[in-house]
Design a protein around this ligand. Sequence first.
Ligand code: DAH
Length: 348
Amino acid sequence: MEKNMERENIIKKLENELKNVKTKNDLATLKAEFLGKNGIVTNLSLKMKEIPNEEKKEYGKFLNEIKVLVLEKIEAKNTDIEKNELETKLNSEKIDITLPARRSLKGSIHPMTRIVEELEDLFVSMGYDVVSGPEIDTDLNCFTKLNLPAGHPARDAQDTFYLDDDYLLRPHTSPAQVRTMEANTLKEPIRIVCPGKVYRRDDDATHSHQFMQFEGLVVGENISLADLKGTLELFAKKLLGEKTKVRFRPSYFPFTEPSCEVDVTCFKCGGKGCSLCKQTGWIEVLGAGVVHPNVLRMSGYDPEKYTGFAFGPGIDRFAMFKYGITDIRQIYTNDIRFLEQFDRKDVE
Ligand code: DAH
């Protein structure tokens, strides 16, 4: 009888205290209070030695019953706590499926990238390699090794962004010629194009501080001006249409001798004369020439054995013509409203 009372008291106490238990930590503390080293139930079992032998068995049974009950209740509470925790977590991570989905924006290929890819395809089909060079290059590669030593007056034609005495933002892709020849340690023939960004201190509707060039270099035995002419004619016709005519005018570049400037029949009027070509029927598109012996020699090619040609159009103009862009600066401001007009579906 007495034992029954005791058991009930213990269980009541446990149930009362369980009401205040909110977390697993609380529960662990409570468990220790009952079953820990100094716990209520543990202390009861210590009394075993005072119990007369003939009652020991029964006392053991009583102890065991209490232990089982206490453990059951604690385990039940533990399950409750876990269920609550899971519910709280699920509620806080609930996804509202009634929210409209975020629209994913579709990009389009930049008009310049498209022109570059078209030209790369053409030149690769003629056996050229496509190379790239750094946009920050040395004064040596950009000028000196292209036969423009320090103090050369032609340096003034390119208002350059110098970073320090030796490094600058490349003002043209021509240093790719030097880099390619120098990297080719076996001095084998070369056929490369190098598309890339170049930088100059210019800023108006037809000149940007940044624009794109597409350098070409061929070095080998018996390469002549005739090869250059044939190549550039193909280039112009492919990019601007079969009817395009090409005109070569003598010019001067320090890195080529002879040098020429190349005009094509006006993209807009086809050669009749209009405002774009200033009534001449022609538009200048690039500089080119036969590689100067000094340039070959400085990059380790023997000019007695090798000759070559090079060309360097600015290709923004082609994009402007092809896509009707009137201000070159729009090409570089990355305004999505401008760029999305050139989605492939719309223009081809
Ligand atoms: N680098 C020249 C410029 O930016 C263009 C050029 C002219 C490149 C003649 C060439 C060349 O490769 O042969 O004005």
